[in-house]
Design a protein around this ligand. Structure first.
Ligand SMILES: Nc1nc2c(c(=O)[nH]1)N[C@H]1C(S)=C(S)[C@@H](COP(=O)(O)O)O[C@H]1N2
Ligand SMILES: [Mo]
Length: 349
């Protein structure tokens, strides 16, 4: 792997990952959930804050937090992963937030369905997409902007997306989007707009930076590319034994070792998880446990009778849509969607 710059380190210290030992929890404790914020975390006054719904709608709305809380509520347990997860393992080096494999977390979000609020506003004929705008502003690719993303209208009406004001039973913390964020289960993180302030229904594809330049799979800079949408499958093992401080290599005693981890896919349910103790040369099926919800990661376990030696532990997931994790990374300009199998070096003594 090539070296990372001080600027990338600056991003990495602002946007921390989920320590992989937190894979042992069904719900990621709030402070252990990964974070990705492009600009600054805004300070929002909840009393004067309003969510505006406008654009191509019959009835534009401006709703307070209390009005949202008075609407029908749903709890949605959802696994969220940054589209850049795995980027730092790509070669040639892609300059951006240098994630290894830890840009993931699962939370129980409480909020109100996005579709019902949009129904109330009443999209007019020709409505095609819904643009979600956050309060945070910055400059990216030389363009001053608010963080904004769109979703197809059909996804917002038929899908399970919610406008959330609670995370794991607590008010949404500032770093995760206080007072309100979108949660679109199954989609990569970038669609889950934080510090939501405006929802605009439009009749043509949204051309904002995060839609037309960022978050697209491209093999060359000047290619139009394909937008990222749903999460590809990934399985991660909670590293067994104890770590060496710097290298994070694991040490454990020979004998029975209960390996465990979590697997998810935004396309379909997890169909199988396999584990390899020889760097991917041979594979054995893991036992699948329960998922906390259809949109959350699924637990897996593997009983390993570990003989003394040095091992390269791997795991890979496949989903019911036929997607399987590749052994090697697939490079692209933005360094997105690298779901190549995880490798954990273990010394058994
Ligand atoms: N307003 C706003 N929403 C945002 C972002 C942002 O920078 N600003 N980052 C997005 C990205 S890229 C990801 S991966 C997720 C991360 O959500 P989290 O920080 O709550 O884990 O938020 C998304 N929503
Ligand atoms: Mo992200």
């Amino acid at each position: 792997m090539d070296g990372i710059s001080v600027e990338e380190l600056q991003l990495a210290t602002r946007n921390h990952g989920m320590p992989l030992e937190a894979l042992r929890w069904d719900l990621t404790p709030i402070g252990l959930h990964y974070l990705l914020t492009h600009y600054d975390i805004p300070l929002v006054d909840a009393d004067s804050w309003r969510l505006e719904v406008g654009g191509l709608v019959e009835r534009p709305l401006a709703v307070t937090l209390d009005e949202l809380r008075a609407r029908p509520t749903v709890e949605l347990t959802s696994t969220m992963e940054c589209a850049g997860n795995g980027r730092a393992r790509l070669s040639p080096h892609v300059v951006s937030q240098p994630w290894l494999s830890e840009a993931v977390g699962t939370a129980a979000w409480l909020g109100t369905p996005l579709g019902a609020l949009l129904d109330e506003a009443g999209p007019t004929a020709g409505a095609a997409e819904v643009v979600l705008s956050g309060l945070d502003r910055g400059v990216e690719g030389g363009i001053a902007q608010s963080f904004e993303r769109s979703l197809p209208l059909q996804e917002t009406l038929d899908g399970d997306a919610i406008l959330a004001w609670q995370m794991n039973g607590a008010p949404l913390p500032p770093q995760h989007g206080f007072p309100l964020r979108l949660v679109v289960p199954g989609w990569y993180g970038m669609a889950n707009v934080k510090w939501l302030s405006r929802i605009t229904v439009v009749d043509e594809p949204f051309g904002g930076y995060q839609q037309s330049r960022g978050y697209r799979l491209r093999l060359e800079e000047d290619e139009e590319g394909v937008p990222l949408t749903r999460m590809l499958p990934r399985a991660l093992i909670a590293p067994p034994g104890v770590p060496e401080f710097l290298t994070r290599e694991r040490t454990l005693a020979a004998g029975p070792c209960a390996l465990e981890g979590r697997a998810w896919s935004g396309h379909a349910a997890i169909a199988a998880v396999e584990v390899s103790t020889d760097g991917g040369a041979t594979w054995a099926e893991a036992t699948l446990g329960e998922a906390p919800s259809r949109w959350a990661w699924r637990r897996f376990g593997f009983e390993w009778d570990a003989p003394p030696g040095r091992y390269d532990l791997c795991c890979r997931a496949g989903d019911e849509a036929g997607n399987v994790q590749p052994l090697e990374p697939r490079w692209n300009v933005g360094g997105y969607a690298n779901n190549a199998v995880q490798r954990v070096v273990v010394n058994v003594e």
